[in-house]
Every structure is written in structure tokens, then in C-alpha cells.
Design a protein around this ligand. Structure first.
Ligand code: UT7
Length: 341
């Protein structure tokens, strides 16, 4: 394929400082560290302090991604979240303004946990169309603001965090070039993951708790493995790869058992399946780029390795794509990018 392709030029992530351990949750809910670790693989998750919103996390992650890419300007900002600062306006313009990016186009993409994969498709589409030479894509989530603190089936799973990537125009044969992005959705199952109130269907809660996130976990589990494995096969084929070429799988960190089942289904050795769910939980659309940032920073993914990305979540919506990991510094949560003002 000829023409302009989106190429990963920088990546960074940020986690809010507060930690919530399984023991903390067991103190206030009918659950246990043993149940949470055995059924999900999670030991702890991060949470924002009072007053911190999605844009605050996004600015931190974006600063690291811009520093990683060694750029101070981009042509567009695409933000993915299920927890925008407000229902309206979008969160991306505020992030762009706070980063000093001027009047660039900035908008949000809503695809729940698959947001980063959808965002990659949008960002690389902007590049391929010639609309932008450089796009800043950020996934930011404050699940602690929508999870019902009394619902043990979700409160133990989700964590807060953000991660960002810079895509630049390049060619398909370079390291970092995104392969074709495979996307799908099935709204027949839209009720499996939802917040009942707050939209035009139901403005305010009718039942107590309608303002909170709800998930039919075990049904979602089944769909997750099927949809991600199917999308992965399609993305690998579209890229001209074989599954045996895949050296690292960066899949949405929904549940350690899902990661195991997905790796088995795709015939990947366990060592090829990246994971950080034990320390961060499920961070929604931030999950895949946060995982990639941390894995690249600590050498679990190295330049030249063939990486398969996939995500699945509410909508239902899913996606997958491929890239050969580029030689870019990954700036993790503890890195301190110099101020750019
Ligand atoms: O990010 C979007 C994509 N998300 C996913 O893909 C999530 C997929 N689903 C999951 O990860 C799992 O379904 C969960 C972790 C949410 C739940 O695990 P499960 O093994 O599917 O459990 P379950 O929902 O079938 O519940 C089994 C039992 C139930 O008790 P009974 O009815 O058997 O007595 C639950 O009430 O476990 C109970 N349970 C808990 N027990 C202790 C549910 N949550 C907890 C808990 N602690 N935190």
C-alpha cells in the first residue's frame, strides 16, 4: 500500500497517586483479596484524589507523549473517555488549550473500553487524508467517578489512568506504522455495559443507583474473548502477517482470565501476552496505551518486535491493529517531562 500512514512517534502515560488495594475494598465490601486476585488478577488500582478530572490526567499523559515524540505542536487532538469532565463540551479542547496547542481541532471519541483502537483509526485517518501531519491521541479515564462504590462486581475491577500517543505522517514500511485497524460493534448487546441515567433517554436516575456504571460481567466475558480473537485474526491478516509472527499481544486489561483465554485462542506463548492488570486494574480506553507505555519503558516490548493491539468493551465495540514497535522513548507515570511553556 502506498501513501501516508500514521506512525507512532511518541507515547506516555500517567497514573493518579492514590492507590486502592484489594484489602481496602474488602474493608468496605463483601469481597476478599483472594476472590479478586483469583477471578480478575488485580491486586491494586489507582484512583484520583477529590477534584481531579479526566482532563487533568490527560494533560499529564499528553505532556509525556509530546516529550517522547520531541514535539511541541500537533495538528489535531483526539481524546477518548467514558468519563468526560462534563457531558458537554468535549474534553479534548480543554486539554489542547492547557497544553498550549492553540486552536487546533480537538474532539472526543466515545467507544468505551475500545476507545483507543477507535481513536487510532480516527487519528491515522486524519493523517492518511492529509488533514493532519501530526495527531495527539489521548485516552483518559476516571472510572472512580462512575463506578458504584457499593457494587462489588465492578468496584473491584476498574481503575483511573491516562495514556497518550503522538502519530505522525510516514510510510507503511517504517517501524511504528499502524497496520489496518479492524473495528466492529454490536448494539444488540448494548445493555450489557451501561450507565442507565444521564443521557437523553433518561435524564435523571429513576431508580437509586441509575447514575452508576453497570456491567453484566460473565456475559461480557464470553463476548470479549470471541470478539477480540476474531478481530485479532482479521488485523493480522490485513497486515499481511501470520499469527506466528506476533511477538507481543497488548490486549485490553479487562481480566487476567480473559488475557489467558485470548492468548490460548490465538496460539500465543504466555510470555508474548503483555499484562499490567495486577497493578492498575481495568482502566477502560487507557488500558492498551498504558500497558504499551509501561511495557516499552521496562523492556517487555522492544523496538522491532511485532505487536498486536486489541480491545473490547461497551457498545459492544471492539478493535484490533498491528505495528512493529518503533525506537521511541516511552515515558511512564513516574517520568517528569520538562514544562513546555
Ligand atoms: O472493560 C470492558 C470489558 N469488560 C470485561 O470484559 C469484563 C468481563 N467480565 C469479568 O471480568 C468477570 O465476569 C467479573 C470479574 C466481572 C466477574 O467474574 P465472574 O467469574 O464472571 O463472576 P460472576 O459474575 O459469574 O459471579 C460469580 C459469583 C457470584 O456469586 P454467586 O451468585 O455465585 O453466589 C457473584 O455475586 O461471584 C460473586 N461476586 C463476588 N464475590 C466476591 C461478584 N463479584 C464479587 C466480588 N467478591 N468482588
Amino acid at each position: 500500500m502506498t501513501g501516508r500512514t500514521g506512525v507512532l512517534a511518541g507515547i506516555g502515560a500517567w497514573l493518579p497517586p492514590d492507590l486502592v488495594t484489594n484489602a481496602d475494598l474488602a474493608d468496605r465490601l463483601d469481597t476478599s483479596d483472594e476472590w479478586i486476585r483469583r477471578r480478575t488478577g488485580i491486586r491494586q488500582r489507582h484512583a484520583v484524589p477529590a477534584g481531579m478530572a479526566a482532563s487533568d490526567l490527560a494533560v499529564e499523559a499528553c505532556s509525556r507523549a509530546l516529550k517522547s515524540a520531541e514535539v511541541s505542536q500537533v495538528d489535531a487532538v483526539v481524546l477518548t473517555t467514558s468519563t468526560p469532565d462534563r457531558p458537554l463540551p468535549a474534553t479534548a479542547p480543554a486539554v489542547a488549550a492547557r497544553l498550549g496547542l492553540g486552536t487546533v481541532p480537538a474532539f472526543d471519541v466515545s467507544a468505551v473500553c475500545s476507545g483507543f483502537l477507535y481513536g487510532l483509526a480516527v487519528a491515522s485517518g486524519l493523517v492518511a487524508a492529509g488533514t493532519a501531519d501530526r495527531v495527539l491521541l489521548v485516552a483518559t479515564e476516571v472510572y472512580s467517578s462512575i463506578v458504584d462504590p457499593l457494587d462489588r462486581s465492578t468496584a473491584v475491577i476498574f481503575g483511573d489512568g491516562a495514556a497518550a500517543a503522538v502519530l505522525r505522517a510516514g510510510s507503511a514500511d517504517e517501524p511504528g506504522a499502524l497496520g489496518p485497524v479492524v473495528l466492529g460493534s454490536d448494539g444488540e448487546f448494548g445493555d450489557l455495559i451501561r450507565i442507565p441515567a444521564g443521557g437523553s433517554r433518561q435524564r435523571v436516575p429513576l431508580e437509586p443507583g441509575d447514575e452508576y456504571f453497570r456491567m453484566a460481567g460473565s456475559e461480557v466475558f464470553r463476548h470479549a474473548v470471541n470478539r477480540m480473537s476474531e478481530a485479532c485474526r482479521q488485523a493480522v491478516t490485513a497486515a499481511g502477517w501470520q499469527l506466528a509472527d506476533v511477538e507481543r499481544l497488548a490486549a485490553h486489561q479487562a481480566n487476567a482470565r480473559i488475557l489467558g483465554a485470548l492468548g490460548d485462542e490465538l496460539g500465543l506463548p504466555p510470555g508474548h501476552v503483555l499484562s499490567n492488570i495486577d497493578t492498575v486494574g481495568n482502566t477502560g480506553s487507557a488500558s492498551v496505551p498504558l500497558l504499551l507505555t509501561q511495557a516499552a519503558a521496562d523492556g517487555r516490548v522492544e523496538p522491532g518486535q511485532r505487536v498486536l493491539l486489541t480491545a473490547f468493551g461497551g457498545g459492544l465495540a471492539w478493535g484490533a491493529t498491528t505495528l512493529t514497535w518503533p525506537a521511541v522513548p516511552a515515558l511512564g507515570p513516574s517520568e517528569h517531562p520538562s514544562r513546555r511553556d
